[in-house]
Each structure stands twice: as C-alpha cells, then as structure tokens.
Design a protein around this ligand. Structure first.
Ligand code: ATP
Length: 305
C-alpha cells in the first residue's frame, strides 16, 4: 500500500530515475516515441540475478513479418565475461540489444538470463540490472555533477568525483570554467563525443549494474580518445565480475575480449577469441585485414591494424 507520508523528494527521485532510464533507452535504441515496449505478463517476477549468463536459444525475430532478421540465433554470454558482438553493418548487432531489453519479443525461441526466460520477468527489473553506455549519451541541461549523479541519485559529491576519475574524465572536468558546476546539455557548454561517452561510463560506474552494455560509437574518435575510453571501460571491468556485451565497430578495441561473436545476416557465423578467429581464416579474419588496410594503406600486417 502506498504511504501518503512518502516524502515528496523521494517521489521526485523516482520520477527522475524513470525519466533517466527512458532517456538512456531512447538514445541507445534509437526508439521512436510511438514505440511502446512489450507488456509484462501477469504475475511476472523481478529478475533474480545469480551469475548473470545471457543465452539466446533459437531466436527468430524480425521487425516485419515477411523479413526475419534473426533465424534461429543461438549464443551464450558466460556470466562475468566480456563478450564482443561484431559483424557487417545491418547484421543485427543493435537488434540483439533491443530484444534483450524486451523492446520486442522474439517470434520464437527464448532469451535467458541465468535460468530465467526474460518474457517471464518484470522488464523494469531487467532494465535496472543493466547499465548502458550508448553511442551518444543524452545529457541534461544541468551541471556535470548532476549529469553524472543520474547514475545513482543518492551518490555523494565524493562518489561522483571518484567515478569520474575512474572514467578518466575528472581532469577534463577540472579544466572547464566551473569544474563540476559547468552546465552542459542543451544550450550548455558543448563537450566532445569522447567526453560524453566518458561521462556515461562514470554514470554507469555509480549505478554499478551486474550486466553492462557498451555500444561503441560508429563515428571514429581520434586514436588517443579511443584508447582512453577503452582504458576507462577496462577500469570498470577489471575490478568486477560483470557480464558485459560490447557492440564493436573497430576490431582493435575488442582484441582482449573473452569471446567474440561474429554475426552475419542475423546468424552466428563464427565465435572464439581474437587469436582463434584470426587462425580460422573466416569472416573475422577478412574484416580484420580490411580494417588494417583501411587504417594504414602501406601495411598488411595481421598484428597491427
Ligand atoms: P550497424 O552496424 O550498421 O549499426 P547492426 O548490425 O547494428 O548495423 P541492426 O541495426 O540490428 O544492424 O539492423 C539489422 C537489420 O534490421 C537491418 O537490415 C535494419 O535495416 C533492420 N532494422 C533495424 N531497425 C529496424 C526497425 N526499427 N524497423 C525495421 N527494420 C529495422
């Protein structure tokens, strides 16, 4: 029963938290406003996370009845591991995130977290367990302190700063005219895509979710920014046993992933570690070679993309 004495500021925080989740989701999934997530079943339970492995079992799904995107897609992301999903443009990488978040239900097949079918759990609890670093992070018209604190509304200033340090964005913030009080977002100070993504990493650090999604920006960042972002991400992952899924466009950023899943036309065509996939000489090998050629026309070395 809802208590009337519930303090208003508490309701305010719930409202802000819901708004924040929606903003993240919209930005990550490129959702249109008319796109309503599927409804929970009556009697749906909260997600009980034990371990947190993620498993697609024969998932068939498409946005239009005559055009399946996934045909019996199956793969497993082991609990506590860092898994990358790669593949040509249009192969269905972002669609994996969308069905995993239950913005759509599969036509057939199941998606399991631990041993729970996500169709039987409350979507809210699913989304609460997952932290998202989207390609393009939405910022509020507010100061930076506030923007990072959206990750966890009761975090202290010290906790916000510690998260920013871990995300390698603290010194950049300190160099801004008003430090953490600098206003960003609409009509605020413009900050770069790389800085925005690091603010998103700091937010996720405060949220501290057991499952992490990272959507690598498609637009090329300069090499230094890219490696700083990867360092911040690794800082998050090193000290935790978080299950994480990366959508990667530049293969050099995921060389150290525990497992790389290669998608093509909505199916897993190969999977393994970077070395295994290079050795097997398949699609991953070809994509690696192509990216090596693109980034440096003089070299065709397999070890230096
Ligand atoms: P990229 O690397 O270019 O981001 P991707 O591998 O993430 O591509 P998806 O975005 O998952 O690919 O798209 C897979 C297929 O589904 C594409 O053919 C795309 O056109 C189609 N698609 C994606 N979103 C929708 C949608 N909302 N409605 C209809 N078709 C869609």
């Amino acid at each position: 029963i809802f208590q009337l004495s519930l303090p208003l500021n508490f309701l305010g925080s719930i409202y802000r938290e819901i708004r924040q989740n929606l903003l993240d989701m919209e930005a990550l999934f490129n959702l249109q406003t008319e796109n309503v997530p599927v409804k929970d079943k009556p009697g749906a339970r909260p997600l009980a996370l034990k371990g947190g492995s993620i498993r697609f079992e024969n998932v068939t799904f498409g946005y239009h009845p005559d055009r399946p995107i996934f045909r019996n897609l199956s793969f497993t992301v082991p609990a506590g591991r860092k898994v990358a999903i790669v593949g040509p443009s249009g192969s269905g990488k972002s669609t994996v995130f969308r069905v995993l978040f239950r913005f759509y239900d599969p036509w057939s097949g199941r998606i399991l977290i631990g041993d729970q079918d996500i169709q039987d759990i409350q979507s809210e609890s699913l989304r609460r367990s997952v932290g998202v670093v989207p390609q393009d992070t939405p910022l509020f018209h507010s100061d930076i302190m506030h923007n990072i604190r959206y990750g966890r509304l009761d975090a202290t200033d010290e906790e916000v700063k510690a998260a920013a340090m871990k995300a390698s964005v603290h010194s950049t913030i300190m160099s801004l005219p008003d430090g953490y009080k600098t206003t960003v977002g609409e009509r605020g100070l413009m900050i770069s895509g790389g800085e925005k993504q690091r603010l998103a990493i700091a937010r996720v650090l405060l949220k501290n979710p057991p499952i992490l999604f990272f959507d690598e920006a498609t637009s090329a960042l300069d090499a230094q920014t890219e490696s700083e972002i990867m360092r911040s991400i690794n800082n998050i992952l090193l000290d935790s046993a978080r299950t994480s899924i990366f959508i990667a466009h530049r293969l050099r950023t995921i060389v150290e992933a525990d497992l790389i899943i290669v998608l093509k036309d909505g199916q897993v065509v190969e999977q393994g570690t970077h070395e295994e996939l290079l050795r097997s000489g398949g699609l991953y090998h070809d994509m690696w070679l192509q990216q090596a050629l693109d980034s440096s026309p003089e070299t065709t070395s397999l070890s230096q993309p």
